[in-house]
Write a protein that binds this ligand. Structure first.
Ligand SMILES: O=C1O[C@H](COP(=O)(O)O)[C@@H](O)[C@H](O)[C@H]1O
Length: 223
């Protein structure tokens, strides 16, 4: 794991947007398409605000979430909603979006269909991940009912329920995340930095983010 510390979060978000754009751009020079997986939650919005305006051949980029909360897009908790409002806009509106949500009462009903639709975008070119203070990443939570499958299984997508998550989740598996050609993790604040340091000495069962640290670049700013 490589750790990059920034003087402030604003600078980190802009630098990281540049880094992601440059990795996608290099991939597009060598390939017809490139793919990008991004987190939801409260952290990545400012990265999306910069990235969506970058001059890139977005029509050749496939974008997906690392994970989704099983709620409709009308919900404030929808990661898809965040993505549509702040990343899939401006120049990036030309990207192809591969959804991790479909209208059904439970994720299990749509799991196979959604997993199959990801084929053209795998392996991922770039994966950007977030992390919670409980050391979950994507929607791979400590104590989740399908934790072993998400950490060690060969399935692309896993549906799960977890004590720390108020709604069912659907998540890319650690196998898919670790197959990405480039992997970044973005965290802000002292609590998450302390959680990251703890995770480095814990098992993925205790600290799921530990499953994706090897080979990843972690980007951190205090605030
Ligand atoms: O629930 C989620 O949590 C993590 C961390 O979110 P944050 O609000 O603490 O930044 C996020 O990476 C994930 O995509 C999201 O579904």
């Amino acid at each position: 794991m490589k750790l990059v510390e920034y003087p402030d979060a604003e600078m980190m978000m802009m630098d990281l947007a540049d880094k992601l754009a440059s990795e996608l751009s290099s991939a597009l020079r060598a390939n017809d398409t490139a793919s990008l997986a991004v987190p939801g939650g409260t952290t990545p919005g400012p990265i999306f605000d910069s990235l969506c305006a970058v001059d890139l051949d977005w029509a050749r980029v496939q974008v997906m979430l690392t994970d989704e909360r099983w709620v409709p897009e009308t919900s404030e908790r929808s990661n898809t909603r965040l993505l549509r409002e702040r990343l899939l806009t401006d120049r990036a509106a030309a990207a192809t979006y591969l959804p991790l949500y479909a209208d059904a009462p439970t994720p299990e009903e749509k799991l196979a269909e959604l997993a199959a639709s990801l084929s053209p975008a795998l392996p991922l070119t770039v994966a950007l991940l977030g992390m919670g203070a409980d050391m979950h990443t994507a929607s791979i939570f400590p104590g989740a009912d399908q934790l072993d499958l998400a950490l060690q299984g060969s399935d692309r997508l896993v549906a799960m329920r977890a004590p720390g998550a108020p709604e069912p989740r659907i998540t890319l598996s650690a196998t898919v995340l670790n197959a990405a050609m480039s992997r970044h993790i973005v965290i802000v604040g002292g609590e998450k930095r302390a959680a990251l340091e703890r995770a480095r000495h814990l098992s993925p069962q205790e600290a799921p983010v530990a499953a994706v640290l090897n080979g990843a670049t972690v980007h951190w700013a205090e605030a």
